[in-house]
Design a binder for this molecule. Structure first.
Ligand code: COA
Length: 166
């Protein structure tokens, strides 16, 4: 079962040692860089929640959830007001086993607990070449909205849609 743990001195260097395949390295920041960004974001009073991903007791990946600014200039209302799946990676050793999909599911479930207060949407962004991430997000229900975040395509998931189906 997928579960998340906060980053502590117990797991920080193991988390920093996680890496995707060589050809995926342009698609996601190094975890150590994400942790530095989380630190700076929190120091500015903004929201960043970096988490280690475990499959039962095995460390398999890293996610970072944000809400509001991700430190860019001229951010849209979508970005200013909503949750963001800011980072998402599964170590190369554990990819292609369905764990990425399960992690995405668990990340959205965590966002639905609204750790930084309520919002209607979750957004994320990916490089146009990252067709694999695009497929996973698309199947999950993320829709591209035409926005770009730097060079990355933005896609949005509506948190309220599912509530309506209940
Ligand atoms: C994107 C990522 C998290 C997916 O993790 P994963 O554990 O391999 O994902 P899963 O095993 O759950 O597979 C998800 C889907 O990808 C498909 N897939 C698996 N291997 C694939 C491959 N080599 N090429 C294309 N699709 C593949 C699976 O079939 C599955 O699709 P399905 O729903 O049709 O079965 C992982 O590839 C990764 O960490 N990539 C590098 C970092 C990155 O790009 N992060 C996203 C930044 S926006």
């Amino acid at each position: 079962m997928i579960r998340f743990e906060e980053i502590t001195n117990k797991n920080i260097w193991k988390v920093c040692a996680l890496e995707p395949f060589e050809e995926q390295k342009d698609f996601v920041a190094d975890n150590i860089q994400s942790l530095a960004e989380a630190y700076a974001t929190r120091n500015e009073g903004n929201n960043a929640l970096p988490l280690a991903v475990y499959n039962d007791d095995v460390l398999i990946g890293f996610i970072m959830i944000g809400k509001g600014t991700v430190g860019n200039e001229d951010e849209s209302d979508l970005i200013k007001e909503n949750y963001c799946l800011w980072r998402f990676m599964i170590d190369k050793q554990f990819q292609n086993q369905g764990l990425g999909k399960q992690t995405l599911d668990a990340a959205i479930a965590l966002i639905r607990t609204f750790p930084f207060g309520e919002s209607e949407k979750v957004w994320l962004s990916y490089e146009p070449e990252n067709t694999r991430a695009r497929d996973i997000y698309g199947k999950y229900g993320f829709l591209e909205n035409g926005e770009m975040c730097g060079n990355e395509i933005v896609a949005v998931y509506e948190l309220l849609d599912e509530n309506c189906d209940d």
